[in-house]
Design a protein around this ligand. Structure first.
Ligand code: HDD
Length: 746
């Protein structure tokens, strides 16, 4: 019999788990699990092949010719007998599964979670109590509205779905990069998504909320106003998946060994800080590199820059459930960190790219009901509806209840129950017993009592009429929208204004635009007035709205907006929350990308010094030249890996132009000037040395800030080293207070 060379290593027994692929999480890193029955993932598997394997059909027959179909004569008809051709085409014809109705476009990575301190006072969950364990994780990031082939940088919420392969089964924390949601009850979810997705008659627009149906729905759904402020903010334009916060959104419960329950909200805090693109950049990137975020994550992990987050928890005792002027069961409300601080309890590291996109990222199936003993649900009606929807969606997407046997979805612990059969069953169960109670097989598998770690639901006392209604305590729809607005810096508010001006200007139905302006007026006068002005709508006269006339595209506009606040409600008395603004986030060059513009005659030593300093700081760089390949410079040669024609400044965090004669050639290039001007306009760090200072001057209008606010220019020989270091230090920072921005033509 012919044997694939990979097959000889394979455990051919019918033990549970014998079909695990190597793409699955590696159990070896889970120190805590001593279960002898735990499935061992074979080093290689019959489901995995590599390029050096002999070519076979799907049942292992060796194939001699895969390039020509079987014909009756060289020029004759193709024969039906050709099972090699038929198998290949039929496999291909069935290679897609239905895309997710939401979160269709995503990218994922493997890694692990480690706990800093045991939370045994709060929960029995081993993943949150065993500080010696390294729990494998698989995390998928996604946009919500776009189809699988849409662009990464669409203005949209990002999914942040974490699967932890714990010793007590899988725990899925299926969250977003925004801590609140549009609606309070899951019964409205299909309507929300129908309104956000392309309009059903024309299938337009793709991956964009800037259209009538979305704002029609929002304008008739005031509970969405808090979320609206978030989605119009820079949060929906992340610079990188690794620079986003993650939130479990809902209130969950932690339950300890004594059976005491504590309410909890989960947070992921990125160690790189929270950082964003600007809208103009995001749109350009959608054309230049629609894979921007997945490429950034892939490249970062490949070069050894793992993405890291700390797990944070906010906790609230049962007794304090009703303490605030917002309801903790309402998913349109957050818990201000000033009120309930976030305690950082562990760290998640993503350090391994998937082996296969389809087998892992596409087939991974998250489910909000995947919790472990010690973690339980609250009565948040949005969460309760989700708890039905995810399993249901996986059944239709993956086609069989056996999707949990796929390597990426399998828990690392033994699965044993009396469920059997169904399409694509991999497990070969032994014996006569597939029911319980059963005496024939020694009562196995047997239930696990709570004392021995079996999951038991928190016995919350529930008493009430059967009723379709919402609690009065869910009624405040503007208080936390105001809190968010108040907490933004001037430039952040300016970006919100501009986002709304853009989005609502795409809405064709005037009544919808007007309704939206009315809602905005309930958040902040000046916000509403500026949006109304751009839409040609009028606002009821008030002091603030008169002052707010005009547009918000100047520094003065941002300053004026910074002072525009509204008294809040539904926020436990907190009027402004620093944690909501991205202004005070840590910045660093790590994970950033720098464009180095060069032309023949450029100073090569400066480039080498810069590259060294960037590598040391964990940043990447590309040489952008007049053509690809070697460029002769002063002091050696450089290899250009990009050209001005294929490298948009939008793809980089900063730009550097060395000194030397090449700067003269660049000065004559409109593309080089636009590169610098656009980087300036988007607030990015710019470094120019020696002769290149003149190039920058030429690119920018009079009054532009040339020597500060992220512009490092060193004309003096001998000071280059310091200038280069200053530039590298400022690579991760955006400089919003630059002057003459409105005059920059880019
Ligand atoms: Fe959802 C996918 C996050 C509300 C129904 N959701 C999905 C994913 C994320 C979220 C990250 C992608 C998972 C992956 O990468 O495969 N969803 C959220 C958050 C919500 C939320 C944070 C509010 C707090 N979702 C929500 C509701 C419902 C759904 C109210 C339905 C009642 N979500 C789904 C779904 C999806 C999904 C239809 C589509 C694909 C999938 O589940 O696996 O079942």
């Amino acid at each position: 019999m012919f044997m694939n060379k990979n097959q000889k290593d394979v455990d051919q027994s019918d033990k549970v788990g014998s079909a695990m692929g190597s793409s699955a999480p590696k159990p070896t890193s889970m120190k805590g699990n001593k279960n002898p029955e735990q499935p061992q993932i074979p080093a290689s598997s019959p489901l995995r092949t590599d390029d050096s394997s002999p070519l076979t059909t799907n049942v292992g027959q060796p194939i001699a010719d895969d390039q020509n179909s079987l014909k009756a004569g060289e020029r004759g008809p193709v024969l039906l007998e050709d099972y090699v051709l038929r198998e290949k085409l039929q496999h291909f014809d069935h290679e897609r599964i239905p895309e997710r109705i939401v979160h269709a476009r995503g990218a994922a990575a493997h890694g692990y979670f480690e706990l800093y301190e045991s939370l045994q006072d709060l929960t029995t969950a081993k993943v949150l109590t065993d500080t010696s364990a390294q729990t494998p994780v698989f995390v998928r990031f996604s946009t919500v509205a776009g189809s699988r082939g849409s662009a990464d940088t669409a203005r949209d919420v990002r999914g942040f779905a974490v699967k932890m392969y714990t010793p007590e089964g899988n725990w899925d924390l299926v969250g977003n990069n925004i801590p609140v949601f549009f609606i309070q009850d899951a019964i409205k979810f299909p309507d929300l998504i129908h309104a956000a997705k392309p309009e059903p008659d024309r299938e337009i627009p793709q991956a964009a909320t800037a259209h009538d149906t979305f704002y029609d729905f929002l304008s008739l759904t005031p509970e969405s106003m808090h979320m609206l402020m978030w989605i119009m903010s820079d949060r929906t334009l992340p610079r990188s998946f690794g620079m986003m916060e993650g939130f479990g959104v809902h209130t969950f419960r932690l339950v300890n060994a004594a059976g005491k329950s504590t309410f909890v909200k989960f947070h992921w805090k990125p160690l790189l800080g929270v950082h964003s693109l600007v809208w103009d950049e995001a749109q350009q990137i959608a054309g230049h590199d629609p894979d921007f975020h997945r490429r950034d994550m892939w490249d970062s992990i490949k070069m050894g820059n793992a993405f890291e987050w700390e797990l944070g928890i906010q906790t609230l005792s049962e007794e304090d459930e009703q303490k605030f002027d917002f309801d903790i069961l309402d998913a349109t409300k957050l818990w201000p960190e000033e009120l309930l601080p976030v305690r950082r309890v562990g760290k998640m590291t993503l350090n391994r790219n998937p082996d296969n996109y389809f087998a892992e990222t596409e087939q991974v199936a998250f489910n909000t009901t995947n919790v472990v003993p010690g973690i339980d649900f609250s009565n948040d009606p949005l969460l309760q509806g989700r708890n039905f929807s995810y399993l249901d969606t996986q059944l239709s997407r993956l086609g069989s209840p056996n999707f949990t046997e796929l390597p990426i979805n399998r828990p690392l612990v033994q699965v044993s129950n009396n469920q059997r059969d169904a399409q694509m069953r991999y497990t070969i169960n032994k014996g006569r017993v597939s029911y319980a109670p059963a005496s024939l097989d020694g009562h196995s598998p047997d239930e696990v009592t709570p004392a021995r770690g079996g999951f038991t639901s928190y016995p919350e006392r529930v008493n009430g009429p059967k009723i379709r209604a919402r609690s009065q305590s869910f009624n405040d729809h503007y208080g936390q929208a105001k809190l968010f607005w108040n907490s933004m810096s001037g430039p952040e508010k300016e970006h919100i204004v501009k986002a709304l001006q853009f989005e609502l200007s795409m809405v064709e139905t005037r009544a919808v635009r007007q309704r939206m302006v009315e809602h905005l007026g309930k958040v902040n006068d000046m916000l509403a007035a500026q949006v109304a002005a751009a839409l040609g709508e009028t606002m009821p006269e008030s002091d603030a709205s008169t002052k707010a006339r005009g547009t918000a595209d100047s520094v003065d506009g941002a300053k004026q907006l910074a002072d525009a606040t509204s008294p809040t409600t539904a926020s436990g008395g907190v009027q402004q929350s620093k944690a909501l603004s991205m202004e005070n986030q840590p910045t660093s060059p790590k994970g950033r990308k720098v464009a180095i513009l060069v032309a023949a005659g450029i100073d090569v030593n400066q480039v080498k010094q810069l590259q060294q300093a960037l590598t040391k700081a964990g940043a990447m760089s590309e040489i952008v030249g007049p053509h690809l390949g070697m460029i002769a410079g002063d002091g050696g040669e450089l290899e250009a890996t990009k050209t001005l024609a294929n490298a948009s400044p939008a793809l980089f965090d900063a730009v550097f132009v060395p000194g030397g004669k090449g700067a003269e050639a660049l000065k004559k290039k409109g593309d080089a000037q636009v590169f610098l001007a656009q980087s300036y306009k988007h607030g990015k760090a710019i470094g120019v040395l020696g002769e290149s200072v003149e190039l920058l001057k030429k690119a920018l209008p009079d009054g532009a800030s040339l020597t500060k606010m992220g512009v490092v220019s060193g004309a003096d020989a001998g000071k280059e080293k310091q200038a280069i270091q200053n530039f590298v230090d400022s690579v991760g920072t955006r400089h919003w207070s630059r002057t003459a921005l409105e005059h920059v033509a880019a």
